[in-house]
Design a protein around this ligand. Structure first.
Ligand code: SF4
Ligand code: SF4
Length: 201
């Protein structure tokens, strides 16, 4: 029969060995460590990453400056100022466009409520997740940073609406590229702050 002292000695030997047993077992398990940033993880296709402001197939912008995305945002991370298009300076096919558009990634929680609220699918989210920065100012993305690049057949906004088409035709998919000879117009008000008369008090 084992005495109390003998039991303690056996226990004292067993405990550290048992601890190494756990280590030994873990050595043969699949490693979970990710070698980021050397190896970037591929996200799920519908991962919520950085936003993008989309264009119509001719390069005009889909955003109509309605601010619904900003109202839907629970973190108050979006700032939009809409403005009227003119024939000399047209950014979107309809009446209004988003003149100023900013997303503050110091606030954004990437929930996606804003893209659900957008009536024109102007705002979507990409899979890009590398948004960290040490400067608060750099975390405020401007319209120029968020606007999608130009695909083939697009001409940068502002430019005239496709001849013979109206805004509805764009949403019906009847415009598939910029009309031949389309030239960019002079961007006078792009991204400018409104004058004091334009700001509601
Ligand atoms: S993803 Fe969510 S938190 Fe970020 S801007 Fe959109 S609504 Fe706001
Ligand atoms: S992104 Fe969409 S919801 Fe936001 S202002 Fe533009 S059109 Fe409206």
């Amino acid at each position: 029969m084992e005495t109390g002292e003998g039991k303690d000695t056996a226990q004292g030997f067993h405990n550290p060995v048992a601890g190494f047993g756990v280590t030994f077992k873990a050595m043969f398990k699949k490693r979970l460590t990710e070698q980021y940033p050397e190896e970037k993880k591929v996200t799920a296709p519908r991962f919520h990453g950085r936003h993008q402001l989309n264009r119509h197939p001719d390069g005009l912008e889909k955003c109509v400056g309605c601010e619904l995305c900003a109202w839907a945002c629970p973190a108050d991370a979006i700032y939009v100022e809409g403005a009227d298009n003119t024939e000399e300076e047209r950014y979107s096919p309809g009446e209004r466009y988003g003149r100023v558009y900013q997303i503050n990634y110091a606030r954004c929680i990437l929930c996606g409520l804003c893209i659900e609220a957008c009536p024109t699918r102007a705002l979507t989210m990409t899979n890009e997740f590398e948004l960290a920065d040490s400067s608060r100012a750099n975390l405020i993305y401007t319209k120029e940073q968020l606007l999608a690049g130009l695909d083939e057949g697009m001409v940068d906004s502002p430019h005239v609406i496709y001849p013979g088409m109206d805004e509805q035709d764009y949403y019906r998919g009847l415009v598939t590229e910029a009309a031949p000879g389309t030239e960019p117009q002079v961007a006078v008000s792009k991204g400018e702050k409104p004058t004091s008369e334009e700001v509601d008090v």
